[in-house]
Design a protein around this ligand. Structure first.
Ligand SMILES: [Ca+2]
Length: 258
């Protein structure tokens, strides 16, 4: 009996379910549908599903999309490798002169020098009588000093033995006429002295000079003019003198300790 009730209830529930499906599949009524066209729709209890269709063909590729927006700024890249060394540039202009430097340290003490004792040459001579002739060397025969005998009273000339720089000077008494005196170096006049004599008077004439001499050079005084004798005078109380000395020698390796 229970079985029959269950079967009846199941039948009734199944019938309502199918009726609900049929009601869900009802499409809107088309006003142009032919009312005489047979309706192939059948109750759910008589429907059978068809065979699935084959997949369709792939469609055509779509068109390119629009360009996208710029992305955010990226991170800073790594430093590159150093480039090759360039060529040397042109020399620039000279800079301004720098400030004066500090004084340097004193140098080493020099070696002991040679004594000037080895380089001596000096003389001082005078007249004993008035000069007797003109245009010849005056011969001074009074010797105040002639230790090296570089002055020769036989010729009246100083002869250089030590090359170097010499100083010469003379002091002459002028009487009783004008005195014209020239100083010679190797037959060439290098200096003149002219003194005009004043009557009833006694004059003096003088001169001095510095000369560089080589060994063998000669220096002397002589009266010049057309007269037979000049006014260069001397007696017991009036001297006329001629002097000279070496100021400093020209020292070379070959001249040492001459
Ligand atoms: Ca005078």
């Amino acid at each position: 009996m229970n079985f029959l009730w269950a079967l009846l209830i199941g039948f009734l529930l199944g019938g309502r379910f199918c009726q609900a499906q049929d009601e869900d599949q009802v499409e809107p009524e088309d006003p142009v549908v032919d009312v005489h066209r047979p309706d192939d729709r059948q109750p759910c209890t008589q429907w059978m599903g068809g065979v699935p269709g084959t997949p369709g063909h792939s469609g055509h590729p779509g068109r390119d999309g629009r360009d996208g927006h710029d992305g955010p700024k990226g991170d800073k890249g790594d430093s590159g490798e150093p480039g090759e060394k360039g060529d040397t540039g042109e020399k620039g202009p000279d800079g301004p002169m720098g400030p004066r430097g500090f004084p340097g340290t004193p140098g080493l003490k020099g070696e002991r020098g040679e004594s000037a004792f080895m380089y001596r040459s000096s003389f001082s001579v005078g007249l004993t009588d008035p000069v007797p002739a003109t245009n010849v060397p005056i011969r001074f025969s009074k010797f105040f000093h002639n230790e090296q005998r570089h002055y020769d009273d036989a010729t009246g000339k100083f002869r250089c033995v030590l090359p170097g720089v010499y100083f010469f000077t003379y002091h002459l008494t002028v009487y009783p006429k004008d005195a014209r005196v020239s100083l010679y170096k190797n037959d060439r006049t290098v200096m003149f002295t002219y003194d005009q004599f004043q009557d009833s008077n006694l004059d003096q004439a003088s001169g001095s000079i510095i000369l560089r001499l080589q060994a063998g050079d000669e220096v002397w005084l002589q009266v010049y003019g057309e007269e037979e004798f000049g006014g260069v005078y001397a007696d017991n109380t009036n001297d006329s003198t001629f002097s000279g000395f070496l100021l400093y020698p020209d020292i070379t390796t070959g001249d040492r300790r001459r």
